[in-house]
Design a protein around this ligand. Sequence first.
Ligand code: FPP
Length: 240
Amino acid sequence: MAAKDTARATPTHVAVIMDGNGRWARQRGSHRLAGHKRGAERAREVVEACPDLGIDYMTLYAFSTENWKRSTREVLGLMSLFGRYIRREADRLADEGVRMRIIGDRTRIDPKLQRLFSWIESRTRHNDRLHLQVAINYGGRNEITRATRRVAEAVARGELAPDAIDEATIAAHLDTAGLPDPDLVIRTSGETRISNYLLWQCAYAEYEFTDTLWPDFTAEKLDEIVTRFRQRERRFGAVS
Ligand code: FPP
């Protein structure tokens, strides 16, 4: 589903690849976790700025299916940071009308953290001022594989005919079912890859790459990027 088919609109859905935490920490002689901690503070500031910028949906890439390859200390530190973020931010998110959802494959996540995910989702489920998705143990290929498996199971049960499968069927089985596709993807830290992020959903997204490391990214920088986005003409394959 394309969020806003009109050209030069504010992006309804912004997806962010928060990259550069490790380099930010190294520049300061600190452990990588110090960069992630500052990164979580930036996430909070950026999320808070969304409603005023006209952004209704924000999806943050916090931990990829590939990030398990990092040291045990970093992986455990990140998992504990996610738990702290949820516990500390819960009241504020609820007060500010933010609905929080976690996307990704939960089966590998510690059961205690999984319970916290369900708790915050349930606590904020009636909010709609901003929809915040945090991608944890997320990979686009993994998500499409899991969706395909569920579609195949529905076929095997006789609930779905193979020739009835269309794009809407696949989209409805993704973690992002019901959410509009991102209009804009931002990646920080100067890397120009998409790293397995929202592969299906970003078919028509615009991309912005900035050299700023994520722990230095601010609401003002988001504002500048959104302003630039408004100058772009989006044609969705049509002729202007
Ligand atoms: C990539 O930078 C960043 C991550 C893998 C972790 C991102 C997580 C946060 C910012 C915490 C936010 C938490 C919530 C719940 C919103 P990197 O470590 O790959 O940096 P590098 O490329 O400089 O090494």
